[in-house]
Design a protein around this ligand. Structure first.
Ligand SMILES: Nc1ncnc2c1ncn2[C@@H]1O[C@H](COP(=O)(O)OP(=O)(O)OP(=O)(O)O)[C@@H](O)[C@H]1O
Ligand SMILES: [Mg+2]
Length: 253
């Protein structure tokens, strides 16, 4: 059996006066691709953020283990340095911080990615070409005034640059045109091939999954993982939606 990379056990989390995630159990093995689906507001993004240690959320119960270590109390920076990555559903704009400086700084923090300035520039340039990104974006302020599609592609560029062991992609496909969707799908494929990384793909759109071999699909409704199954579950959701799971959950808050 493949080695477990991420183990979320009995996780309940939320904000001060509100529990959003209820008793979530999730295991992702090294090299596996998992998909997380669920209706709007189910708690999918919250789960991604809590796994990554976003201080906006409080863990009320349970634990998160990554690569054998308990990281429940670790900072987002420590989790990132350990090999975890989250691409934001709504990437944040950071005025005053050039994208190039940001990329160079996060890579310099990782001994395995340290390289000369020239080689780094070449690598970033090659990735921008691969993602069909205007090279001019690299010197602009991080995400400031970027189009929705450009922001999502910059998240992909970071993924391919950092080569994390686990990537959580939160609706990386939303707002992309047909060509951009194809480029981002190829980027995900490249990530899988180049670093044999594990994936948790949060999506409403099954087109992004066409190029991806999915090992497991999870369904979240009202902060609970209510079902999981093989890749074929995605087709069932596409055809029938989440109503059946909502009904099964009944009146539970
Ligand atoms: N900081 C916060 N404070 C209060 N409520 C929050 C906070 N963050 C998220 N929530 C609430 O938690 C619930 C789950 O939100 P979340 O963004 O995780 O849903 P989602 O499954 O990602 O939905 P979507 O498919 O629309 O992206 C929502 O009701 C949301 O309003
Ligand atoms: Mg979301």
């Amino acid at each position: 059996m493949a080695e477990t990379l991420l183990r979320v056990a009995g996780l309940s989390a939320g904000v001060a006066d509100k529990t959003i995630l209820h008793n979530v159990d999730l295991e992702i093995a090294r090299g596996e691709a998992h998909v997380l689906m669920g209706p709007n507001g189910a708690g999918k993004s919250t789960l991604g953020h809590v796994i990554m240690g976003d201080p906006a959320f409080e863990v009320m119960e349970g634990s998160i283990l990554f690569d054998g270590a308990d990281i429940t109390e670790k900072s987002p920076t420590d989790r990132s340095l350990a090999g975890m990555f989250l691409s934001y559903q709504a990437p944040v704009e950071v005025p005053g911080l050039p994208l190039y400086t940001f990329l160079r700084t996060i890579c310099q923090m990782r001994p395995e990615l340290k390289t000369t300035a020239r080689k780094f520039r070449e690598e970033v340039g090659a990735l921008a070409d691969e993602l069909d990104l205007d090279q001019g974006l690299i010197m602009r302020e991080l995400n400031v005034g970027f189009s929705g599609g450009e922001k999502k592609k910059i998240e992909m560029l970071q993924l391919l640059l950092l080569k994390p062991q686990l990537a959580i992609l939160d609706e990386t496909d939303s707002g992309l045109d047909v060509d951009a969707l194809s480029i981002v799908s190829k980027g995900i494929e490249a990530y899988r091939q180049r670093c044999d990384g594990s994936l948790l793909v949060i999506t409403h759109n099954t087109r992004i999954l066409e190029r991806l071999e999915v090992d497991r699909t999870h369904i979240m409704v009202r902060g609970r993982l209510v079902a999981d199954g093989p890749a074929s579950l995605i087709g069932e959701i596409d055809a029938h939606g989440f109503e059946h799971y909502e009904c099964e959950l009944g009146d539970e808050a």
